[in-house]
Every structure is written in C-alpha cells, then in structure tokens.
Design a protein around this ligand. Structure first.
Ligand code: NAP
Length: 684
C-alpha cells in the first residue's frame, strides 16, 4: 500500500482525511506516496505555534537558539543517507541532492554560527548605535528588534524540498518565531521525511515546527499582524496569496521569491580562446542542467556579443551534447528527470511559446537516449537551447520561464544594449557577468544591479573558488525585485530580522541601558568597588567604571615612539612640516601612542580574570594631542556576552580619552575575554 504522508500538527503526526492525492516518482512514474491535509484544524495549528512554539523559543537567547540549530544540523548530517536515497525519486542526481540536502543543513550551520558571532547572548537585538536626538544627550533613540509574536508560514516550491524548508526555517528559529511549513505537493514526501527526522531528534522545543502536507484550507483566514508569510513559487500564486483579505487587512508581512528570467552576460573581451569564454560555456551548461534546470536562479537568458553569438551557440551545443540524461541514481548520469510528468508538459508548452520568437538550435525534441531508465515512464527532458535574432523586440524570451533545462541566446551589439536586455527580465534573483575587464564589470553591474538581488562576476582569477551563478548562499541575500517577487531572504542576520519587529525606543541613557543590556554614554557610571579587571564575568556589572589618573605626553615620548615603532610620519617628527598640515599646529602624538598610553592607564596588571584583549572597535581620534597635553581615560563595562561552555565571556568596554580641558581626544570599544567564576576558580 502507498504511504500516506503525515502532517505534524500540535507536535503529533496525524493523517488528513480521505485517500489524498497520489504522488509519483519522477523517474519511473510509480506511486511514492499520497498526501492530504483535509480535516486539519488550521486555527488550532496557528494557535499552537503562537502559544506554545513562540513562547518556548522566546525563552531562549539568540545564542541558545544558535546552539539548537547547530545540534540539529549535526543530527541531520548523521541521518542524511536515507534522504539521499529518497531524493532520487524527485529526479535529482547525487549532486542535485547534495545542493538540496547538504546545502540545507549547511544553511543551519551558517545561521547558527552567525547568530552566535553577530547577535548578543540575549533576547533583544540592538539595531545600530544609539541616535543622538537631544542637545545634552539626556534623551536618546535606539532601534531594537524583538521577535514577532506570531507564526512564520513557509510555503515552498517543489524543486528544493529540503533546502527550501531549511533556508526559511533557520532565520525564523534564530529570531524566536515558530514555523508552519507547507511544502509543494509533488515532492512533499522528501520534506516530510526530513521533518520526521527533525522531530525524532527532540532538539526543537514543542510547537517550534509544524508541517502541512497538502492544501492550507482556511489557514490564511486566521492570520494576524504578528504572523509572517515567506513564499517560494510562481508569481501567479504569490499574487493570489498576497491579495488574501486577511493579508491585506492585517498587513501580514509577505516575502515572495518567484519566477525569474535570470541572465548571464558574456563580456566583449571574452572571445573564443580566452579562459572567460570557456568559463562561460561551462557555467551556462551547468546552470541549464543542474537539477534539470529547475532552479529559480538558473540562467534563462544568455546575453552574448553579437559577433561571437554563433560560436557561443556552437560551443554550448557541443557541451550540452555531452550531458548524459537518465536515472539520477546512476553514476553515469549528469542530469536526472523533471519533478513530474505535469512539470514536463508545462516545460514543453513554454518551449513552444519561446519558439514563436526564437529558433531552437539544440534539443527541443523527445527522441534522445536515457541511461538506465524508461523514457516513456520518467519525466525526462532534453536540454534545449534557443537563439533569438532580435531580442530587443521579442517579448517572450524575457517573460516566458520554462522551468527546465532551457535557455535562449540573445546577441548584443553594445554594453548599453546588453544592459537593456538584462533589464527586460524585469527583476531577477541572480545575474552573472563573465569578463576579465573590470571596467566592463563595473559598467554592467551599475547598469543592472537595481534589477537584481544578487550578481556574480566571474573571471579567470576567481573561477576556481567561485560558488557559481545559481547558488544562493546563507550569507548573501536571496530574492529580487519585480518578477522575482520583490522579496529578500537569508543575507545572514538580515534574514533573521525579517521575523522581528524593529522598534525605535526613545528614553534616557540609563533607561536604554536597562532595556538593551548595553551601556549607553550618559548612563550611570557604577563604582565597581575594586578595579573591574579584578572581577569575573559574572561579577562584572554593566556600567562598572574606572576613571584613571592622568598622564602627560612629552616630546620625548613622541620621538621615542617614532624611533621604537619606525612610524616616523612627518606629523610626529617634523615640527615645520606638521605645522603646514591644516589640522596640526606642530608635532602631535601618534594615535597609537595615545591608545597605548590609555591602556597603560586603565589596565590592572596583576594576574586576574581578564584573559585577553582581542581587539578594538570603532576607534576614532577626535582631537590632536600635542606634547604637553595630559590624558585621562574613562573605561566602562559596556556589554557582556557569555560564550557558553567555554569558561569565558566577551566583555566590551566603552573607552573615552580626554585631555586636560576635558575635551574628548579618542573614543573606542575595547574587546576582552573575561573568565567565568568557574574558570577563574580553576586557574587560581
Ligand atoms: P506554485 O504552483 O506557485 O507553487 C508554489 C507553492 O505554493 C507550493 O507549495 C504550492 O503548493 C503552493 N500553493 C499553490 N497554490 C496555493 C494556494 N492557493 N494556497 C497556498 N499554497 C498554494 O509554483 P510551482 O509551479 O510549483 O513552482 C515553480 C515556480 O516556482 C517557478 O516559476 C519558479 O520560478 C518558482 N521558484 C522560485 C524560487 C525562488 O526562490 N524564487 C525557487 C523555486 C521555484 P502545491 O504544490 O500543493 O500546489
């Protein structure tokens, strides 16, 4: 009997009512599973996410959520083999599955690591520094981000059943927002298997993840302003869902990643025989055939210099001719099948539409060899290349997306024309430029960037390490304007902020310090009782402050520092030359001398809990220091970030150096690692 996919609702696996829709293998047309979500209580699902999932996640700090993602990623790595086996049924080769499964898991790792490095070990994210909005600094502004108190609805496309879920799930969970995932029906069996493993791991708290295999019924009727929707799929569905009365009335945040007629431009310098020409042919071939062209980022439009467009067509036809199509489980196969027979029928129709304005120059027919498979049963499709003679006056090549191994060569006669052709896609997820002329790269990037979410420039210098045209990365934004949906996902911590509300908080420095757990200039300076360097991580209080004695800077000090370091820049060593400089009246102290003297003033030298200084941030010299000036330092404990399990925490100190007239000469943050109580006790 065919397996009926489960729905994970209220932390239990339940089956929908009825027989459900049959899902078949892309490779041999055999039944794989059935799916139905009929009869589920969608209002209850939302309520569970908000009430149970949200509150469980929000109890954790950003770092604890990051640790949770890391544990989950490690667990999935250990259980990925069965996912690979099942993935074959979607038509994916081993390398296609690697992008989907390992790519998805590595997205969890990246978000885990970025959240712990770039976010505080706290419940509130401070978005930028305080804003000075009053004359005396007693009333300031600070942008903060806190998790939305709703559910993240994730509606995914069929082409990446694992990555598609995880790239949305990772930022939502880091933000502290539970997810309700609805995979595309045709490949939902793979998503379901991954969710089963996630649930079996027991790593996510109750309510953090629910799965709906099938339609979403009246789910949207119950949304409110705290919920978010992240959608990947066709433009038509995005428009339909975005117009839902509840989405409109409650301003439900809606991110869409939709169709995209991505282009790749070959620079005029990249003639046949150059490494760039070969790189271009390789890149286009890979983009057309990876995942059988079912990638939202695949190259659909090949923009090539008119004088060599014929050679581009010939080289691509040769390269595509080497692609072995067939059973994706076979190691002799380069390209598997489309995800379903329905998908193949759709791609055929789209090729017909394209062929009304372009000539098919390779492929486009149903007679081709397949390896280890029955061409009559699987959804196999031959790579198909078209050539459009007059691309500026052919609308179809810029608007019809054949979601398969299909692309069209569009010749251009000038860079302006290449830019115009690229823009005719009316908004793309990804664009690429292959050139070894950085002047051309700049002109093309500035001419087309506004129409793209991500652009990659490839030449002989970076090709070996390039991640390629079509690979969205968790560090970089994925999304694009116009036809691409107008949304943005990932992009590191930017992606986390999509699930949070940014709020401008106004108040006194002390109030802002209490809210954000980051000391703000003007807030109370606490007397630490002892030098703060004698305190462990736990003993330190935000606001603990030391004000040092003063130290005079002499001409001998400046000369000595110049001789000792070799920094004999004229402003420190030549009285006459220094005075000609509009900023100085004569020889001045080196900035690094000032900072070094400051350290000499504020450190407490004896062995203590401060383990190391690992850098400074935001160092600014506000005033020159002349010899004869006296320096004094105020050092305040600004922010504490516990590094769980390491025996230390990071402590950021606000340092301000003033002169004898109490004018600020330098400001910066000193970054230190400070032992925890336990660590300190163990080393004494
Ligand atoms: P689709 O029909 O729009 O389906 C996308 C998702 O929306 C599926 O999960 C689908 O579920 C769901 N859906 C459809 N109607 C719905 C409704 N009324 N309410 C709630 N959910 C609904 O797209 P597709 O044709 O399967 O996917 C191919 C398209 O996706 C291509 O055009 C491609 O460009 C685009 N795509 C974009 C990206 C990107 O990152 N920008 C990535 C991959 C694909 P069912 O499957 O159950 O109908």
């Amino acid at each position: 009997m065919t397996k009926k996919l489960g729905n994970l609702v209220l932390d239990r696996w339940v089956e929908g009512d009825g027989d459900g829709t049959a899902l078949t293998s892309a490779v041999d047309g055999e039944a794989v599973a059935t799916l139905t979500s009929d009869g589920l209580d969608f209002a209850g699902i939302l309520d569970h996410a908000r009430r149970v999932g949200g509150s469980n996640l929000r109890k954790l700090t950003f770092h604890e959520r990051g640790e949770m993602l890391k544990a989950l990623a490690q667990y999935l790595m250990e259980h990925k083999q069965e996912l690979y086996t099942l993935s074959t049924q979607t038509g994916a080769t081993r390398s296609d599955s690697w992008v989907d499964i390992d790519g998805g898991i590595s997205t969890l790792f990246v978000f885990s690591s970025k959240s712990r490095r770039e976010m505080p070990n706290d419940h509130v994210y401070l978005d930028g520094p305080p804003e000075q909005i009053s004359r005396n600094g007693t009333f300031l502004g600070q942008h903060i981000c806190t998790p939305k108190l709703g559910a993240a609805i994730h509606i995914n496309a069929f082409n990446f059943p694992c990555w598609g879920m995880l790239e949305k799930l990772a930022p939502a969970l880091i933000a502290g927002v539970p997810a309700i995932v609805k995979p595309a029906s045709s490949t939902a069996y793979l998503t379901e298997l991954m969710v089963r493993r996630i649930q079996a791991s027991g790593i996510l708290p109750d309510g953090a993840l629910q799965l709906i295999c099938g339609g979403v019924s009246d789910l949207f009727d119950h949304l409110n302003c705290q919920d978010t929707i992240a959608f990947t799929g066709s433009k038509g569905t995005a428009e339909f869902l975005q117009a839902h009365p509840r989405v409109v009335s409650d301003s439900v945040a809606f991110t869409a990643e939709t169709d995209s007629l991505n282009s790749s431009i070959l620079g005029p310098d990249a003639l046949p025989g150059t490494p760039e020409f070969d790189l271009f042919i390789k890149e286009v071939t890979r983009e057309m055939t990876a995942k059988a062209g079912q990638k939202c980022t695949a190259i659909r439009r090949i923009i090539a210099p008119a004088p060599i467009a014929g050679e581009v067509v010939e080289a691509l036809a040769r390269s595509l001719g080497e692609i072995r199509i067939g059973n994706p489980a076979s190691t002799d196969v380069d390209m598997g099948a489309l995800a379903s027979q329905g998908q193949r029928a759709e791609v055929r129709d789209r090729v017909k539409a394209l062929a009304s304005q372009a000539d098919i120059v390779y492929g486009g027919h149903d007679e081709f060899d397949v390896v280890d498979a029955d061409i009559g049963k699987g959804a196999f499709f031959m790579p198909t290349l078209l050539h459009c003679e007059n691309p500026l006056s052919s609308a179809a090549v810029h608007s019809v997306e054949a979601f398969g191994p299909v692309s069209t060569v569009l010749p251009y006669t000038s860079l302006d024309e290449a830019i115009e052709l690229s823009r005719l896609g009316e908004g793309s997820l990804a664009g690429s430029i292959v050139t070894n002329d950085d002047g051309v790269a700049r002109e093309l990037v500035l001419g087309t960037a506004a129409y793209h979410g991500r652009m990659v420039v490839i030449n002989r210098h970076c090709a070996a390490e390039s991640t390629g045209h079509g690979s969205p990365l968790p560090h970089l934004v994925h999304g694009g304007p116009g036809r691409a949906g107008g949304g943005e996902e990932m992009g590191g911590i930017r992606g986390v902020k999509h699930y949070m509300q940014r709020t401008a908080i106004q108040g006194s420095p002390q109030t802002l310090t209490a809210i954000g757990h980051r000391w703000v200039r003007g807030a109370d300076q606490l007397d630490p009782g002892v030098h703060p360097f004698r305190k462990t991580f736990e003993q330190l209080a935000i606001g603990d402050t030391v004000v040092t004695d003063s130290r005079e800077v002499t001409l001998d000090d400046i000369q000595h520092f110049a001789d000792f370091t070799g920094d004999t820049f004229y402003a420190h060593t030549d009285e006459e030359a220094a005075a000609k400089n509009p900023f100085f009246e004569g020889r001045v102290a080196h900035g690094y001398l000032i900072v070094s003297f400051a350290a000499g003033l504020f450190v407490d030298p004896e062995f203590g809990p401060v383990l190391a200084n690992y850098g400074v941030d935001d160092l600014r010299f506000a005033q020159p220091v002349n010899y004869g000036d006296s320096l004094r330092v105020r050092l305040s404990c600004k922010q504490k970030t516990l590094r769980a399990g390491t025996g230390y925490g990071e402590v950021r100190w606000d340092a301000e150096i003033t002169n004898q007239d109490e004018e600020i000469v330098a400001r910066y943050d000193v970054l230190t690692m400070v032992a925890t109580n336990e660590q300190w006790a163990s080393v004494q």
